[in-house]
Design a protein around this ligand. Structure first.
Ligand code: SAM
Length: 341
Protein backbone atom coordinates (compact mmCIF):
# COMPACT_ATOMS: atom_id res chain seq x y z
CA UNK A 1 0.00 0.00 0.00
CA UNK A 2 1.34 3.41 -0.86
CA UNK A 3 2.14 5.58 2.12
CA UNK A 4 1.97 8.66 0.01
CA UNK A 5 -0.89 10.56 1.56
CA UNK A 6 -2.19 14.03 0.86
CA UNK A 7 -1.92 16.01 4.10
CA UNK A 8 -4.19 18.90 3.22
CA UNK A 9 -5.89 19.70 -0.06
CA UNK A 10 -3.85 17.90 -2.75
CA UNK A 11 -1.75 20.17 -4.95
CA UNK A 12 -1.66 19.43 -8.68
CA UNK A 13 1.18 17.03 -9.50
CA UNK A 14 3.37 17.25 -12.58
CA UNK A 15 2.74 14.58 -15.22
CA UNK A 16 6.01 12.84 -14.38
CA UNK A 17 7.95 13.74 -11.27
CA UNK A 18 11.56 12.72 -11.95
CA UNK A 19 13.27 10.98 -9.08
CA UNK A 20 15.85 13.17 -7.41
CA UNK A 21 18.97 11.11 -7.97
CA UNK A 22 21.37 14.02 -7.99
CA UNK A 23 21.92 14.43 -4.27
CA UNK A 24 21.43 12.27 -1.22
CA UNK A 25 19.32 13.53 1.70
CA UNK A 26 21.52 15.22 4.29
CA UNK A 27 19.30 17.77 6.04
CA UNK A 28 15.88 17.72 7.65
CA UNK A 29 13.63 20.59 8.74
CA UNK A 30 11.23 19.50 11.43
CA UNK A 31 8.11 21.55 12.09
CA UNK A 32 7.51 20.60 15.73
CA UNK A 33 4.24 22.52 15.93
CA UNK A 34 1.97 24.32 13.51
CA UNK A 35 1.00 26.77 16.28
CA UNK A 36 2.35 30.29 16.23
CA UNK A 37 1.99 33.35 18.45
CA UNK A 38 2.18 35.62 15.39
CA UNK A 39 0.20 35.59 12.17
CA UNK A 40 2.45 37.09 9.48
CA UNK A 41 0.39 38.44 6.63
CA UNK A 42 2.07 36.21 4.02
CA UNK A 43 1.99 33.06 6.15
CA UNK A 44 -1.45 32.83 7.78
CA UNK A 45 -4.82 34.10 6.62
CA UNK A 46 -5.71 35.37 10.11
CA UNK A 47 -5.12 34.63 13.80
CA UNK A 48 -8.00 32.20 14.05
CA UNK A 49 -7.06 29.60 11.46
CA UNK A 50 -7.10 26.11 12.89
CA UNK A 51 -4.30 24.01 14.35
CA UNK A 52 -3.69 20.29 14.51
CA UNK A 53 -4.91 18.80 17.80
CA UNK A 54 -2.02 18.74 20.30
CA UNK A 55 -2.47 14.96 20.70
CA UNK A 56 -1.33 14.47 17.10
CA UNK A 57 1.99 16.22 17.68
CA UNK A 58 5.04 14.03 18.02
CA UNK A 59 6.55 13.86 21.50
CA UNK A 60 10.23 14.57 22.22
CA UNK A 61 10.78 10.81 22.41
CA UNK A 62 9.24 10.25 18.96
CA UNK A 63 11.29 13.08 17.46
CA UNK A 64 14.41 11.43 18.82
CA UNK A 65 13.39 8.08 17.31
CA UNK A 66 12.67 9.76 13.99
CA UNK A 67 16.01 11.56 13.89
CA UNK A 68 17.83 8.34 14.86
CA UNK A 69 16.22 6.57 11.93
CA UNK A 70 17.01 9.43 9.55
CA UNK A 71 20.61 9.68 10.82
CA UNK A 72 21.12 6.01 9.99
CA UNK A 73 20.24 6.91 6.39
CA UNK A 74 22.74 9.78 6.21
CA UNK A 75 20.89 12.81 7.59
CA UNK A 76 23.45 15.05 9.33
CA UNK A 77 21.75 18.40 9.90
CA UNK A 78 18.49 19.17 11.70
CA UNK A 79 16.67 22.50 11.70
CA UNK A 80 13.79 22.91 14.12
CA UNK A 81 11.02 25.17 12.90
CA UNK A 82 7.23 25.53 12.90
CA UNK A 83 4.75 27.23 13.26
CA UNK A 84 6.70 28.84 16.03
CA UNK A 85 8.92 26.21 17.65
CA UNK A 86 9.32 28.16 20.88
CA UNK A 87 5.59 27.96 21.69
CA UNK A 88 5.97 24.16 21.92
CA UNK A 89 5.95 23.37 25.66
CA UNK A 90 8.68 20.75 25.26
CA UNK A 91 10.97 22.45 22.77
CA UNK A 92 13.99 22.23 25.10
CA UNK A 93 13.44 18.48 25.58
CA UNK A 94 13.16 18.04 21.82
CA UNK A 95 16.44 19.89 21.25
CA UNK A 96 18.16 17.82 23.93
CA UNK A 97 16.82 14.56 22.52
CA UNK A 98 17.92 15.37 18.97
CA UNK A 99 21.32 16.80 19.91
CA UNK A 100 22.38 13.48 21.42
CA UNK A 101 21.60 11.39 18.32
CA UNK A 102 24.82 9.90 16.93
CA UNK A 103 25.63 11.24 13.47
CA UNK A 104 23.81 14.56 13.86
CA UNK A 105 26.44 17.28 13.71
CA UNK A 106 24.28 20.41 13.46
CA UNK A 107 21.10 21.32 15.35
CA UNK A 108 19.70 24.74 14.43
CA UNK A 109 16.40 26.54 14.99
CA UNK A 110 14.37 29.15 13.12
CA UNK A 111 12.19 31.34 15.33
CA UNK A 112 10.29 34.60 15.38
CA UNK A 113 12.29 35.38 18.53
CA UNK A 114 9.42 36.45 20.80
CA UNK A 115 10.24 33.81 23.43
CA UNK A 116 14.01 33.74 23.17
CA UNK A 117 14.46 35.88 26.26
CA UNK A 118 13.00 33.12 28.41
CA UNK A 119 14.40 30.16 26.50
CA UNK A 120 17.80 31.01 24.99
CA UNK A 121 19.97 29.77 27.91
CA UNK A 122 18.09 26.46 28.26
CA UNK A 123 18.18 25.87 24.50
CA UNK A 124 21.90 26.49 24.47
CA UNK A 125 22.44 24.09 27.38
CA UNK A 126 20.31 21.48 25.61
CA UNK A 127 22.68 21.45 22.63
CA UNK A 128 21.26 23.99 20.20
CA UNK A 129 24.12 25.52 18.22
CA UNK A 130 22.60 28.01 15.79
CA UNK A 131 19.59 30.30 15.73
CA UNK A 132 17.95 32.23 12.90
CA UNK A 133 15.52 34.97 13.88
CA UNK A 134 12.83 36.18 11.50
CA UNK A 135 12.21 39.93 11.62
CA UNK A 136 10.53 41.86 8.83
CA UNK A 137 10.59 45.37 10.26
CA UNK A 138 12.36 47.51 12.85
CA UNK A 139 9.42 49.88 12.98
CA UNK A 140 7.14 48.87 15.89
CA UNK A 141 3.88 49.77 14.15
CA UNK A 142 4.82 48.10 10.86
CA UNK A 143 6.04 45.05 12.77
CA UNK A 144 2.72 44.96 14.62
CA UNK A 145 0.79 45.17 11.36
CA UNK A 146 2.86 42.62 9.40
CA UNK A 147 2.70 40.09 12.24
CA UNK A 148 -0.91 40.91 13.16
CA UNK A 149 -0.19 41.93 16.72
CA UNK A 150 3.50 41.17 17.40
CA UNK A 151 5.58 43.37 19.72
CA UNK A 152 8.92 44.32 18.18
CA UNK A 153 10.60 44.81 21.58
CA UNK A 154 10.03 41.11 22.41
CA UNK A 155 12.08 40.11 19.38
CA UNK A 156 14.84 42.66 19.98
CA UNK A 157 15.13 41.51 23.59
CA UNK A 158 15.15 37.91 22.37
CA UNK A 159 18.04 38.55 20.00
CA UNK A 160 20.02 40.15 22.86
CA UNK A 161 19.24 37.17 25.08
CA UNK A 162 20.46 34.75 22.41
CA UNK A 163 23.75 36.63 22.17
CA UNK A 164 24.14 36.68 25.93
CA UNK A 165 23.45 32.93 26.03
CA UNK A 166 26.44 32.43 23.73
CA UNK A 167 24.84 31.89 20.33
CA UNK A 168 27.33 32.94 17.65
CA UNK A 169 26.67 32.84 13.93
CA UNK A 170 23.22 34.41 14.47
CA UNK A 171 21.29 35.01 11.27
CA UNK A 172 18.23 37.14 10.66
CA UNK A 173 15.57 36.45 8.03
CA UNK A 174 13.63 39.29 6.46
CA UNK A 175 11.02 38.76 3.76
CA UNK A 176 11.38 41.79 1.50
CA UNK A 177 7.95 43.19 0.68
CA UNK A 178 7.49 45.80 -2.02
CA UNK A 179 5.55 48.77 -0.74
CA UNK A 180 6.02 47.63 2.86
CA UNK A 181 9.51 47.20 4.30
CA UNK A 182 11.55 47.80 1.12
CA UNK A 183 12.90 51.15 2.32
CA UNK A 184 13.93 49.51 5.63
CA UNK A 185 16.23 46.90 4.11
CA UNK A 186 19.43 48.90 4.52
CA UNK A 187 18.53 49.75 8.13
CA UNK A 188 17.80 46.11 8.91
CA UNK A 189 21.11 45.02 7.38
CA UNK A 190 23.07 47.61 9.37
CA UNK A 191 21.22 46.65 12.56
CA UNK A 192 22.08 42.95 12.08
CA UNK A 193 25.71 43.78 11.39
CA UNK A 194 25.85 45.88 14.57
CA UNK A 195 24.97 42.69 16.49
CA UNK A 196 27.52 40.53 14.62
CA UNK A 197 24.59 38.76 12.97
CA UNK A 198 24.30 37.89 9.29
CA UNK A 199 21.20 39.42 7.68
CA UNK A 200 19.38 37.46 5.02
CA UNK A 201 16.75 38.84 2.70
CA UNK A 202 14.10 36.53 1.28
CA UNK A 203 11.98 36.85 -1.81
CA UNK A 204 8.34 36.21 -0.94
CA UNK A 205 7.45 32.81 -2.40
CA UNK A 206 4.10 31.95 -3.93
CA UNK A 207 3.64 29.14 -1.46
CA UNK A 208 0.52 28.80 0.65
CA UNK A 209 -0.89 32.10 1.82
CA UNK A 210 2.11 33.87 0.25
CA UNK A 211 0.55 33.22 -3.17
CA UNK A 212 -2.15 35.78 -2.36
CA UNK A 213 0.47 38.47 -1.82
CA UNK A 214 2.70 37.65 -4.77
CA UNK A 215 2.36 41.21 -6.09
CA UNK A 216 4.47 42.24 -3.06
CA UNK A 217 7.39 40.01 -4.04
CA UNK A 218 10.54 42.08 -4.29
CA UNK A 219 12.85 40.40 -6.80
CA UNK A 220 16.54 39.95 -6.02
CA UNK A 221 17.76 42.76 -8.35
CA UNK A 222 15.47 45.21 -6.53
CA UNK A 223 16.89 44.14 -3.17
CA UNK A 224 20.44 44.57 -4.47
CA UNK A 225 19.57 48.03 -5.75
CA UNK A 226 18.31 48.97 -2.27
CA UNK A 227 21.65 47.85 -0.80
CA UNK A 228 23.89 49.40 -3.44
CA UNK A 229 25.56 51.65 -0.86
CA UNK A 230 26.58 48.62 1.21
CA UNK A 231 27.37 45.93 -1.35
CA UNK A 232 29.67 45.93 -4.35
CA UNK A 233 28.96 44.13 -7.60
CA UNK A 234 30.11 40.68 -6.49
CA UNK A 235 27.97 37.71 -7.45
CA UNK A 236 26.43 35.90 -4.49
CA UNK A 237 28.03 32.64 -3.41
CA UNK A 238 26.51 29.74 -1.48
CA UNK A 239 27.78 28.55 1.90
CA UNK A 240 28.59 24.83 1.61
CA UNK A 241 26.08 22.56 3.41
CA UNK A 242 23.99 25.47 4.61
CA UNK A 243 20.89 25.55 2.45
CA UNK A 244 19.82 27.73 -0.43
CA UNK A 245 21.02 31.16 0.76
CA UNK A 246 23.76 32.87 -1.24
CA UNK A 247 25.96 35.54 0.28
CA UNK A 248 27.46 38.76 -0.99
CA UNK A 249 30.44 40.43 0.71
CA UNK A 250 29.95 44.01 1.81
CA UNK A 251 32.07 46.88 0.54
CA UNK A 252 33.61 47.10 4.03
CA UNK A 253 35.25 43.69 3.47
CA UNK A 254 33.97 42.49 6.86
CA UNK A 255 30.25 41.86 6.65
CA UNK A 256 27.96 40.04 4.26
CA UNK A 257 24.30 39.74 3.30
CA UNK A 258 22.47 36.54 2.37
CA UNK A 259 19.76 36.27 -0.27
CA UNK A 260 17.19 33.52 -0.58
CA UNK A 261 15.63 33.88 -3.99
CA UNK A 262 12.93 31.25 -3.88
CA UNK A 263 10.55 33.20 -6.10
CA UNK A 264 12.85 33.84 -9.04
CA UNK A 265 14.90 30.64 -8.92
CA UNK A 266 14.54 26.98 -8.13
CA UNK A 267 17.06 25.31 -5.81
CA UNK A 268 15.84 21.86 -6.71
CA UNK A 269 19.01 20.56 -8.39
CA UNK A 270 21.08 20.77 -5.22
CA UNK A 271 18.32 20.27 -2.66
CA UNK A 272 19.37 17.75 0.01
CA UNK A 273 16.49 18.66 2.34
CA UNK A 274 13.54 16.75 3.61
CA UNK A 275 10.78 18.19 5.80
CA UNK A 276 8.74 16.59 8.55
CA UNK A 277 5.41 17.95 9.79
CA UNK A 278 4.48 18.01 13.47
CA UNK A 279 2.24 14.94 13.06
CA UNK A 280 5.03 12.78 11.63
CA UNK A 281 4.78 13.00 7.85
CA UNK A 282 7.89 13.10 5.70
CA UNK A 283 7.57 15.75 3.05
CA UNK A 284 9.98 15.69 0.14
CA UNK A 285 9.39 19.24 -1.08
CA UNK A 286 8.19 22.65 0.08
CA UNK A 287 6.02 23.04 -3.00
CA UNK A 288 3.70 20.07 -2.47
CA UNK A 289 1.47 18.62 0.21
CA UNK A 290 2.48 15.06 -0.66
CA UNK A 291 3.84 13.22 2.35
CA UNK A 292 4.83 9.79 3.62
CA UNK A 293 3.29 8.84 6.95
CA UNK A 294 5.95 7.52 9.34
CA UNK A 295 3.89 7.38 12.56
CA UNK A 296 3.59 3.57 12.56
CA UNK A 297 7.37 3.12 12.43
CA UNK A 298 7.76 5.73 15.19
CA UNK A 299 5.30 3.87 17.40
CA UNK A 300 7.23 0.64 16.86
CA UNK A 301 10.65 2.27 17.24
CA UNK A 302 11.49 0.70 13.86
CA UNK A 303 14.60 2.62 12.75
CA UNK A 304 15.08 0.56 9.57
CA UNK A 305 11.41 1.20 8.71
CA UNK A 306 11.95 4.95 9.16
CA UNK A 307 14.86 4.70 6.71
CA UNK A 308 12.61 2.89 4.25
CA UNK A 309 9.97 5.62 4.51
CA UNK A 310 12.70 8.22 3.92
CA UNK A 311 13.69 6.37 0.74
CA UNK A 312 10.04 6.39 -0.37
CA UNK A 313 9.70 10.12 0.21
CA UNK A 314 13.02 10.85 -1.46
CA UNK A 315 12.09 8.83 -4.52
CA UNK A 316 9.10 11.13 -4.96
CA UNK A 317 11.11 14.33 -4.62
CA UNK A 318 10.13 16.44 -7.59
CA UNK A 319 12.52 18.48 -9.68
CA UNK A 320 12.37 22.13 -10.67
CA UNK A 321 9.26 21.75 -12.81
CA UNK A 322 7.03 21.63 -9.76
CA UNK A 323 8.76 24.63 -8.23
CA UNK A 324 8.37 26.64 -11.41
CA UNK A 325 4.72 25.58 -11.28
CA UNK A 326 4.37 27.56 -8.03
CA UNK A 327 4.04 30.60 -10.21
CA UNK A 328 1.03 28.94 -11.75
CA UNK A 329 -0.43 28.39 -8.29
CA UNK A 330 0.61 24.74 -7.87
CA UNK A 331 1.64 25.42 -4.28
CA UNK A 332 -1.28 27.61 -3.25
CA UNK A 333 -2.62 24.93 -0.91
CA UNK A 334 0.67 24.20 0.83
CA UNK A 335 0.72 25.31 4.45
CA UNK A 336 4.06 26.89 5.44
CA UNK A 337 3.37 26.08 9.08
CA UNK A 338 3.36 22.35 8.27
CA UNK A 339 6.40 22.44 6.04
CA UNK A 340 8.25 24.83 8.35
CA UNK A 341 9.21 27.25 5.59
N1 SAM B 1 7.96 30.92 13.27
C1 SAM B 1 9.30 30.75 12.82
C2 SAM B 1 9.81 32.03 12.18
O1 SAM B 1 9.08 33.03 12.19
O2 SAM B 1 10.95 32.03 11.73
C3 SAM B 1 9.54 29.55 11.92
C4 SAM B 1 8.53 29.24 10.85
S1 SAM B 1 8.44 30.42 9.52
C5 SAM B 1 7.31 29.58 8.44
C6 SAM B 1 10.02 30.23 8.74
C7 SAM B 1 10.41 31.30 7.77
O3 SAM B 1 9.60 31.20 6.63
C8 SAM B 1 10.29 32.73 8.28
O4 SAM B 1 11.51 33.40 8.09
C9 SAM B 1 9.21 33.32 7.40
O5 SAM B 1 9.42 34.70 7.18
C10 SAM B 1 9.40 32.51 6.14
N2 SAM B 1 8.23 32.49 5.25
C11 SAM B 1 6.95 32.14 5.54
N3 SAM B 1 6.19 32.23 4.43
C12 SAM B 1 7.00 32.64 3.42
C13 SAM B 1 6.81 32.91 2.04
N4 SAM B 1 5.61 32.78 1.44
N5 SAM B 1 7.88 33.29 1.30
C14 SAM B 1 9.10 33.43 1.87
N6 SAM B 1 9.34 33.18 3.18
C15 SAM B 1 8.31 32.80 3.94
Amino acid sequence: MSRFLPVLAPAPRPMAAPVNERVAPRAVRISITDRCDLACVYCRPNRKDGYLPAAQRLTAERWETLVRGLAQRGIRRVRITGGEPLVHPHVVDIVRAIARVPGIDDVALTTNGTRLTALAPALRDAGLRRVNVSIDSLDPSRFFRLTRGGRLSDVLDGVDAARRAGFRDLKTNTVALAGENEHELETIVRWAWSLDATPRLLELMSVGHGARLSSCTMPYPAMRARLAALLGDDDPAPEPDRGPARYVRARDGVHRVGFITGASESFCAGCDRLRVSSDGRLRPCLATNDAVDVTRELRLGDLAGIGARLDEAWAEKPDGELWRGCREDAARDVDMRSTGG
